[in-house]
Design a protein around this ligand. Structure first.
Ligand SMILES: Nc1ncnc2c1ncn2[C@@H]1O[C@H](COP(=O)(O)OP(=O)(O)OP(=O)(O)O)[C@@H](O)[C@H]1O
Ligand SMILES: Nc1ccn([C@@H]2O[C@H](COP(=O)(O)O)[C@@H](O)[C@H]2O)c(=O)n1
Length: 227
């Protein structure tokens, strides 16, 4: 079998990018973080003043959506970083605030249609591991291998809290848990492409397994599917 596309979906902060990056590294595939694209759109809208605590100026965002150019580059340490109109925004898009803004702009149909179009173009030649919320259901419904990752909200919040602390981002565990729960609620209940497990996805609850064990599980599944 030639190269395939791999879809990794699941709840916020459950380890999707960790497992997707690991698979891409092992297989020599391209990793694409679709959540970073929604985060970049949110950052663009924040900077323009189109997102407040209570509202989004969706008319303005829609009118200017074609001005948003999102790309990825690999840095000298081999890490993929997100660029918004040529500017490296990797650090800025990882805050809880931008994560929350991303989950708000991602509910807008015109935003989803534009990003899904770009994501499908990236997967045309196969050999892509993409993580997100709608990869197995909407972006690559024909992906040969689909993973649906879960973990308890408390485990996810603790992991994200430790990660942000380590990066010098002074968040509290309580705020991190609230962010995870709020995004889960919005992502699963929105009208446009809500987070769902694709019927042909394989589910993994990684609450009590290590990063190494989950990658081994994914590689075993990949080998079974492609043999
Ligand atoms: N099995 C695991 N055990 C312990 N920590 C893990 C495990 N998997 C991932 N992590 C850690 O959990 C944190 C969140 O992981 P990751 O960024 O991969 O999640 P995500 O689902 O891609 O998040 P987001 O929804 O924000 O895109 C990271 O700090 C990562 O190192
Ligand atoms: N395919 C996707 C990916 C992401 N989203 C939304 O973006 C938010 C941020 O994504 P992370 O993966 O970086 O956490 C997320 O909460 C989703 O609302 C999406 O809708 N579809």
């Amino acid at each position: 079998m030639g190269k395939i596309n791999i879809a990794v979906d699941g709840f916020s902060s459950c380890g999707k990018s960790t497992i997707a990056k690991g698979l891409a590294r092992e297989l020599g595939y391209t990793y694409i973080d679709s959540g970073a694209m929604y985060r970049a759109v949110a950052l663009f809208a924040y900077r323009k003043g189109w997102i407040t605590d209570t509202e989004i100026d969706d008319a303005a965002l829609q009118m200017h959506i074609s001005e948003i150019d999102i790309s990825f580059k690999t840095n000298s340490e081999g890490q993929q970083e997100t660029y918004l109109n040529g500017e490296n925004v990797e650090k800025e898009i990882r805050s809880l605030e931008i994560g929350n803004g991303a989950s708000r702009v991602s509910a807008l149909g015109f935003v989803r249609r534009e990003l899904v179009r770009q994501q499908q173009a990236m997967g045309k030649k196969k050999g892509v591991v993409m993580d997100g919320r709608d990869i197995g259901t909407v972006v690559f419904p024909d992906a040969e291998f689909k993973i649906f990752l879960t973990a308890s909200p408390e485990v996810r919040a603790q992991r994200r809290y430790e990660e942000l602390q380590a990066k010098g981002n002074p968040v509290t565990y309580e705020d991190t848990l609230a962010n995870v729960l709020e995004r889960d609620e919005r992502d699963t209940t929105r009208i446009e492409s809500p987070l769902r497990k694709a019927t042909d996805a394989i589910e993994l609850d990684n609450s009590h397994i290590t990063i190494t064990e989950q990658l081994q599980w994914a590689m075993d599944m990949f080998n079974k599917i492609t043999k």
